[in-house]
Design a binder for this molecule. Sequence first.
Ligand code: SF4
Length: 363
Amino acid sequence: MIPLRLPAAIEAERPFVTRIEDAGARPAGKRRFQSWIVGDDVFGLALAGDQGLFTIDGIQASQVVGDVLLVDPIRQQAERLIRADSLHNTLLVTERCDQLCQMCSQPPKKTHEDRFELLRQASLLAPEGATLGITGGEPTLYKNELFDLIEITLGERPDMSFHVLSNGQHFEQHDVGRLRNPAFARVTWGIPLYSSAASEHDAIVGKPGAFERLHQSFGRLVEAGARVELRTVVLSSNAFELPALAKHIVWRLPFIGSWSVMQLENIGFAKNRWSKLFFDHRANFTPIAEALDRASLHALQARLFNFPLCTVPPAYRSYAVRSISDWKQKYVAACDDCSLKPRCAGFFEWHSGEHANAWVRPE
Ligand code: SF4
């Protein structure tokens, strides 16, 4: 797994954001938000910048040049917020959430640490053309701060875009005007919908009334011209309902741009509930196939996330994308000689090797 948090020794009094520059690129004078490598040995790096000196353990210059770090003297840690060579950079804006999904991969916390100003500074340092993910918790619990972050960043960086994961519970009528700001044309909202039946969706997200509230939000988002990607995690409780959900999307939510059907991630709440929640699509792909066929018939772009290719019938493999972020992606030993590997999502780092080895069929 690629390390995102690195032990560091930092003299500064407050957390700061900085981009790591190669020593050879150092210009005369100080530059804001930049730190230059002044020492590089087997133990790690020494860096100097406008915020002072700090060292990072256990990493080499070639691994981090161009990365944007949040350097935290309280935790004595450097967090790699944006990795220069990654397409999977995601900013965590809060760990609070007002839903309690059965399979939540990152169970919510009651406390909130406001990092919006630091994350805004980091976003402005992202590589040319970057798409940054924003996640939580529920980012729209801090809607004003979130909208500010998006508007300021995209106002200064017309080359960039955001993909925001949200439970879609907090879009109000008075947000529509703001969401029409041209900056939001470069934002995709990734919003989960788990069933066409209100009771089932509400049970999965642990919040009565969530389905109705979500559909009110959809109305506001469509009025604002927002781009929405629907997300559905496949569970044993909703798998057979997927064809009905596909029908619901194409008839009731025709403005939806794309639909991501996602296999379960074995972490967070799902780790201890795996045997209850996991739907083995290799043993029965029929409901997923019917849902994909229905989506395709109505020109709804559907994709399969977190589906190892060899577990998907050949006729449906074109739907499966390499969805797992590079820093948490793994393959098992059996994958080594598989011809499908270059196109395959593989597994999450924390997926049970025992399950994966028994499940895969290398080709
Ligand atoms: S054997 Fe491994 S690499 Fe090949 S398709 Fe299956 S999971 Fe992917």
